[in-house]
Design a protein around this ligand. Structure first.
Ligand code: NAG
Ligand code: NAG
Ligand code: NAG
Ligand code: NAG
Ligand code: NAG
Length: 526
């Protein structure tokens, strides 16, 4: 007797522990109609739910083949999430019993080998299909034909080619970042329709960053119908070395283009021809040495241009011609050595200019502000400034707010943290900023020239725009306080007078003007 009880207990123990955990799904009734389902421990198929399932959570499920046998029946929720479920195959018609309520399919972190064509096309308007990090290296051509989805994520997979995969797809955001894609061919996105979203962010976006793209064939992103074009194109962190002429000729609706962190050495005058609606161009961190004449001629709508972290050593006087709408120019971390108002003469709308770390030792800001009078933010850290010149620059810049985000070289000669040399150096040739810092640091006397000048030159302070502003606010504050005090004093005196008057202590008629007659209603201290 005792023995059999022990045996049963032992068997139970074994079922739970020796088999490595029981696949379990728990149903919880939600309201009268729906249930939620939570599955754990190696679940390989779902129980038949007695009521429609509105929410599914699958922790470490194991469903290699998702087909009509293994799929969860009676799912009516918004998000069907089978992430981390070791899915290899998604078979034909697998979602045929799903309702149109399904908005999201999430299959992150699986091991997908095959997805049957058009499994998603029965849904009229999906918000998301997500296959991030699912080891996909290839999908059948036309697999998304007839699929209409706001966001399709295929990032962090193993795609090397993408030919014809997206034919017939309608999408707002397509994410192909972090794959092994090597080139963009003429028809890579030929029959893909990029449609504006209904909710923010609405812009059509194609993310191809973090791939191995070396070559973009001319017309690779060709699009002529304003309603069906990519607006934001991300090509950062690839291996592009060259932007051939007319690559973007048929992309007149493109609004943002990022080519940062590539290896671009070669640009041609017609590299950006046709981008007549481009608002932002990012060429940060490439190997650009020369900017061909009239390369920006078509970019008349461009507002932001980032050329920082390149090897540009020379700007022509007409390098920036055409950029009549440009507001933000970042040319920091280059080797310009000279920079003056003539270089940015065409940029009449410029408000922000970053010229830090460009090996500059002289700048006439007065002349720049004369032609670029909208300039409000100038960043000029990490150049070879002479302290007295830097003070003049500071005075000039104080009219619009002083140094913006200065570096912090307080341990050597500096003005508010921007390093400067006490004297003009004998030569600026072959100088790097680190060498400059070394030269400056050999100067024994370390001072913030700002403090020094405070005692000798009051001018720097009276020019302080922010200081003036604060003074004005302070003056106004004092004025208001005085008025308030006067009003309170007046009321108190009035009250006292009234009391004195009421109690017949005071009878001087000379003072009664202070007291407004109406004693019958006002009974303050009776
Ligand atoms: C899953 O299995 C482990 C042992 O393998 C067990 O400790 C755990 O309670 C199980 N979880 C559920 C929800 O059954
Ligand atoms: C999908 O389910 C996984 C658990 O497997 C969870 O970690 C993840 O946050 C869920 N994703 C969404 C978008 O709900
Ligand atoms: C694309 O997906 C990656 C994650 O894999 C994410 O970091 C990135 O922000 C996404 N791109 C866009 C444009 O949403
Ligand atoms: C200019 O580019 C540099 C590096 O590429 C960046 O650190 C800096 O913040 C940028 N400046 C502005 C004003 O955005
Ligand atoms: C800037 O240029 C103007 C006109 O050429 C000149 O009068 C002025 O002294 C220059 N300022 C500096 C700081 O060199």
């Amino acid at each position: 007797m005792h023995f059999s009880v022990f045996l049963v207990l032992f068997m139970c123990f074994c079922v739970i522990n020796c088999s490595g955990g029981v696949p379990t799904c728990r149903q919880k009734v939600e309201g009268y109609v729906y249930t939620t389902l939570r599955c754990f421990n190696n679940t390989q198929s779902f129980p038949v739910a007695d009521k429609p399932v509105i929410s599914l959570e699958c922790f470490d499920c194991n469903i290699p083949v998702l087909n009509q046998e293994t799929i969860l029946k009676r799912f009516v929720g918004e998000a069907f999430n089978l992430s981390n479920s070791h899915i290899h195959v998604i078979s034909e018609n697998v979602f045929s019993e799903f309702t149109k309520k399904t908005q999201r399919f999430i299959f992150e972190n699986n091991e997908i080998d095959d997805v049957s064509p058009k499994v998603f096309s029965k849904f009229s308007k999906l918000e998301e299909i997500n296959f991030r990090n699912s080891k996909i290296s290839q999908l059948t051509a036309g697999i998304f034909d007839g699929t209409y989805v706001t966001e399709l994520t295929l990032s962090e997979n193993l795609f090397s080619g993408i030919d014809r995969i997206f034919e017939g797809l309608k999408v707002t955001r397509l994410n192909l970042s972090s794959n092994n894609i090597r080139e963009i061919r003429k028809d890579s996105f030929a029959r893909t329709i990029f449609i504006e979203g209904n909710v923010f962010p609405r812009d059509q976006r194609l993310d191809l960053s973090n791939n191995l793209i070396e070559k973009i064939y001319s017309g690779g992103f060709k699009c002529s119908d304003v309603n069906n074009c990519v607006k934001i194109l991300e090509l950062a962190k690839n291996s592009i070395t060259r932007i051939e002429s007319y690559t973007f000729l048929e992309n007149s609706y493109l609004s943002e283009l990022s080519l940062s962190e590539n290896s671009i050495t070669q640009l041609e005058s017609n590299s950006f021809r046709g981008l007549i609606n481009l608002k932002s161009l990012n060429l940060r961190h490439n190997l650009i040495q020369n900017i061909p004449v009239s390369m920006f001629a078509d970019l008349q709508q461009l507002k932001t241009l980032d050329l920082s972290q390149n090897l540009i050593s020379l700007l022509q006087l007409n390098t920036f011609s055409g950029l009549t709408s440009l507001e933000i120019l970042n040319i920091s971390h280059n080797s310009l050595e000279t920079f003056n108002h003539l270089h940015i003469l065409p940029l009449g709308r410029l408000t922000d200019l970053d010229i830090s770390d460009i090996k500059l030792h002289h700048l006439n800001l007065t002349l720049i502000l004369h032609t670029n009078f909208k300039l409000r933010n100038l960043i000029l850290n990490d150049n070879f400034w002479i302290c007295s010149d830097l003070i003049d620059l500071y005075k000039e810049m104080n009219k619009f707010g002083g140094f913006k985000s200065p570096t912090r070289h307080f341990e050597i000669s500096n003005l508010h943290g921007i390093a400067c040399s006490r004297q003009k150096l004998d030569s600026y040739e072959d100088l790097t900023f680190n060498k400059f810092l070394k030269i400056v640091s050999e100067d024994k006397q370390t001072t913030d020239w700002f403090d020094l000048k405070l005692h000798t030159n009051e001018n720097i302070y009276t020019n302080d725009y922010a200081g003036n502003y604060l003074k004005k606010i302070y003056g106004m504050f004092v004025f208001i306080v005085i008025i308030v005090v006067l009003i309170i004093a007046y009321c108190i005196i009035k009250l006292i007078m009234q009391c004195l008057y009421d109690h017949n202590i005071l009878k001087f008629h000379r003072l009664s003007f202070l007291y407004v007659q109406d004693q019958r209603n006002v009974q303050v201290c009776s």
